[in-house]
Design a protein around this ligand. Structure first.
Ligand code: PGA
Length: 279
């Protein structure tokens, strides 16, 4: 369940309480032994995941190890990419069905590194989203501008061409990651205000194309140099429903510190109260 509805008695409007998501995007890092030792350490540092959805996305070859290391926990395992065909002569590709069968529940789609180095476009992102959804996976679809000056037009186009053609039913299963490329791996995160403004912009596009309910319920997470020491101020923004973390997710201690930020009940309470302000 991605979110539930809360009625604001003062305004008689419905608002979603969106369960935060924290995704680890390991990119091209960690072999089997490193994957095992990460999970051993991480599991000892984070004892209860009910307060957010934790998704760890290792390289394909580590998935089986990660899935068995996450057994008996609520940690979700995701892939970092998929191909849109289910089978055939497509050397080197992996399908959504294969990813699902390997024990994954999520998949990252359209990460900026895939767009930049592997030629992915809004059109292929859309095909991958459809394939992921058909396979029963939850896609974490990434959008974001490369330079700060053209935020609005880039987000508008990526949303309109890569995501908006989905039906409302398909869209309901997505997580959107806003990842400004200038902040990824740069040690330079977006300020909470910049990130929140971009999230509002994206939510506005969702309202326009798919309606207020879809906009109210979709989780929009932030990615780009998120670390335990800058996450708190980003989390404080009601628009930011979690994080997609690269560098800081490679270390079990720093990733656990990020997950544990969502633990405090006070925090959840304030998010629930804030969520009444939507609609
Ligand atoms: P970063 O990467 O946290 O290392 O900036 C985020 C991402 O690319 O998803």
């Amino acid at each position: 369940m991605n979110s539930s509805l809360l009625v604001n008695k003062a305004t008689n409007t419905q608002s979603a309480i969106r369960l935060p998501v924290i995704g680890a995007n390991w990119k091209l890092h960690k072999d089997l032994a490193e994957t095992e030792s990460f999970f051993e350490k991480f599991r000892s540092l984070v004892d209860d995941f009910g307060y957010c959805e934790v998704v760890i996305c290792p390289p394909f070859l580590d998935i089986a190890t990660a899935v068995s290391a996450a057994e008996q926990t609520t940690i979700h395992i995701g892939a970092q990419n998929l191909y849109w065909e289910n089978d055939g002569a497509f050397t080197g590709e992996v399908s959504g069905e294969m990813i699902k069968a390997s024990g994954c529940s999520h998949v990252i789609v359209g990460h900026s590194e895939r767009r930049r180095y592997f030629g992915e476009t809004d059109e292929t992102v859309l095909k991958k989203l459809v394939a992921a959804l058909e396979a029963g996976l939850t896609p974490i679809v990434c959008i974001g501008e490369s330079e700060r000056k053209n935020v609005e037009s880039v987000l508008e186009k990526q949303f309109r061409c890569g995501i908006a053609p989905l039906s409302a039913e398909q869209f309901a299963k997505l997580i959107i990651a806003y990842e400004p490329i200038w902040a990824i791996g740069a040690g330079k995160t977006a300020t909470p205000e910049i990130a929140a403004a971009a999230h509002r912009l994206i939510r506005g596009h969702v309202t326009k194309h798919l309606g207020a309910q879809a906009a109210n319920q979709v989780r929009i997470i932030y990615g780009g140099s998120v670390k335990p020491d800058n996450a708190q101020s980003l989390m404080a923004q009601e628009e930011i429903d979690g994080f997609l973390v690269g560098g800081a997710s490679l270390d079990a201690v720093s990733f656990a510190a990020l997950v544990n930020l969502y633990k405090s009940e006070e925090k959840s309470e304030s998010r629930i109260n804030q969520s009444c302000n939507y609609v």
